[in-house]
Design a binder for this molecule. Sequence first.
Ligand code: ADP
Ligand code: MG
Length: 334
Amino acid sequence: MDKPVLLEVKDLKTYFYSGKHALKAVDSVSFSIREGEVFGLVGESGSGKSITCKSLIGLIHRPGRIAGGSIRYRGQELAGLSEKALTAVRGKEIGMIFQEPMVALNPVLRIGQQITESFKDPGLSGEEKHARAVELLRRVGIPNPEQRMREYPHQFSGGMRQRAVLAIALAGNPQILFADEPTTALDVTVQAQILDLLRDVQQKLGTATVLDLGVVARAADRVAVMYAGRIVEIGTAEEVYYDPRHPYTWALLRALPALARHGEPLYTIPGMPPTLIDPPAGDAFAERNEYALAIDYREAPPMFRITDTHFAATWLLDPRAPKVAPPLGGLRHE
Ligand code: ADP
Ligand code: MG
């Protein structure tokens, strides 16, 4: 049975203004996240993943602005809330971890203090806070937590810092966790450990998680593929990885190192994403799409429904379009 919807995003538009121009970083994005779900955003650099995440947690600053749409958290509208009201929701319900753990850590405070200060429960004694912080550090896989509590961020390795940031985020007992490329700055083995950890935490605590997956795409229940500020394909991870329908997703799957098949050279998507200031009419991917149809250059495609959970915005799904087979047909099950 489906869990209740936690976050519902509709027609979200986040623009950066300069003079008369607007850079449409996020342009009419819609999706929803259910309790306990892991939702992954994938797409090339610059496709709007981070700005989508930041919009949802109220971290868009001038000249950027949420220019339209709605963000409902448990039915409460967040778009347009004051910074103060947002901070209250953000601190209590929403946790965040970013690419660079040092940004989230205070270099002059001991790790233990940074965790205990993040507990929201006012009734906790100092001892209880200490015990809970130790427990959290243990949960995120930090050895010798008692001793580590007394250390400063610079005494931690990159991977350990990201674990500490996760402990701080979890200290607030969030219902939803935003992880924006939390592993990009780490080396490959540590990346895998942190992703495993996120998955483990998510399963044990039931925290819904939004992952900005720059490169590594496993671990999500549902995936949205972003291109030029829009979602071009969305579905369960199974649908998007094993039965992709949008030519951009085909190209992306061939280009992601973590998903490349053994022995096949890594593919680079030819061409460049379009400018997000006054983008051309039609399908933004048309210029780079070897399967583009004439209509792609004139009209942007609607979202076509493939299943109740799988949608893609490409004219190739129009019943009148010629049938083309994807170059690899998506990933294959091992
Ligand atoms: P991703 O996370 O997918 O790599 P981003 O969400 O960071 O991409 O960026 C989406 C678009 O918004 C890009 O074109 C980027 O240049 C633009 N952008 C991001 N931050 C700003 C900013 N502070 N001012 C102007 N444009 C920005
Ligand atoms: Mg980003």
